[in-house]
Design a binder for this molecule. Structure first.
Ligand SMILES: Nc1ncnc2c1ncn2[C@@H]1O[C@H](COP(=O)(O)OP(=O)(O)OP(=O)(O)O)[C@@H](O)[C@H]1O
Ligand SMILES: Nc1ccn([C@@H]2O[C@H](COP(=O)(O)O)[C@@H](O)[C@H]2O)c(=O)n1
Length: 242
């Protein structure tokens, strides 16, 4: 079975014997959850692996300022910003089958199966490599230890994990404020509470996991955007070629 993705790219078909209809047809599906099954197509990662670009995971509670800091980083370092949440929202927006299934999970503050996110990220990374990317900020990722392990096993190890730490009170306040204009269906108090639960139960262990591997930088996100960014730059300067 194939479905059109919001992401434009060209990848191989599933099953592999399926005939390619036309080179003009923009991509097809990677995964689907019919009957709780996730089928994955083989994505050729050779160009991505050959590029040997640095990968930075950007982690933090909902509303901690990950996207805000990534915007600053892109301006200064020219890295490719891939928000895993944005990739999912693009699927929702495009009303793909995957998007419809993801929306139900996202509106409950839960986590989309890691294979779904991973394949969307892979496709977006491949697209960026084609355009001459200098490296990647994978924002809102990993959401659970296994997600990071699988990314690192299938793609490449992360150079660094930046964790933005903020109290629940700050996160709720920021998300409710953002919710006044974001148009995001998950920026409401009920879903925010569920997202915070998911963060503490599933994502917080990611911090200890990468701390043990000496790959984690923890920064207080309870400061001005500029003060946080100054600390981010100290870290990125060690890893990004100017
Ligand atoms: N240092 C900061 N101080 C005050 N407000 C901030 C700061 N950083 C970001 N914000 C604001 O907080 C809100 C959440 O920020 P942002 O969207 O960057 O968070 P996020 O971690 O990417 O969220 P999510 O995980 O939900 O996508 C935004 O309205 C943003 O303008
Ligand atoms: N790796 C991910 C990323 C996101 N989700 C789901 O999307 C929602 C919004 O994510 P943001 O990063 O934009 O806050 C999130 O609450 C999850 O439902 C995911 O499952 N896996």
């Amino acid at each position: 079975m194939q479905r059109k993705l919001a992401t434009n790219c060209s990848i191989s078909f599933w099953p592999p014997t399926r005939k390619k209809i036309s080179n003009d047809i923009q991509i097809k599906k990677i995964i689907f959850f019919a009957n709780n099954t996730i089928n994955r197509v083989k994505i050729d990662l050779a160009p991505l692996k050959a590029a040997k670009l640095p990968v930075f995971f950007i982690v933090g509670g909902p509303g901690s300022g990950k996207g805000t800091q990534c915007d600053q980083i892109v301006k200064k370092y020219g890295l490719t910003h891939l928000s895993s949440g944005d990739l999912l929202r693009a699927e929702v927006q495009a009303k793909t089958k995957i998007g419809t299934e993801c929306k139900a999970i996202m509106d409950k503050g839960g986590l989309v199966p890691l294979e779904v996110v991973l394949d969307l990220v892979k496709i977006a990374m491949l697209e960026a490599v084609k355009k001459g990317s200098k490296g990647f900020l994978i924002d809102g990722y990993p959401r659970e230890v296994k997600q990071g392990d699988q990314f690192e096993a299938e793609i490449q190890p992360a150079a660094l994990v930046i964790y933005f730490e903020a109290s629940n009170e700050t996160l709720v306040k920021r998300l409710l404020e953002r919710g006044k204009s974001s148009g995001r269906s998950d920026d409401n108090i009920d879903t925010i509470k569920l997202r915070l639960d998911t963060f503490f139960n599933s994502t917080r262990p990611v911090v200890d996991h990468y701390s043990k591997k000496n790959k984690l930088v923890k920064l207080s996100a309870e400061r001005s955007v500029d003060a946080i960014f100054a600390d981010v730059c100290v870290q990125l300067d060690k890893h990004v070629k100017k």
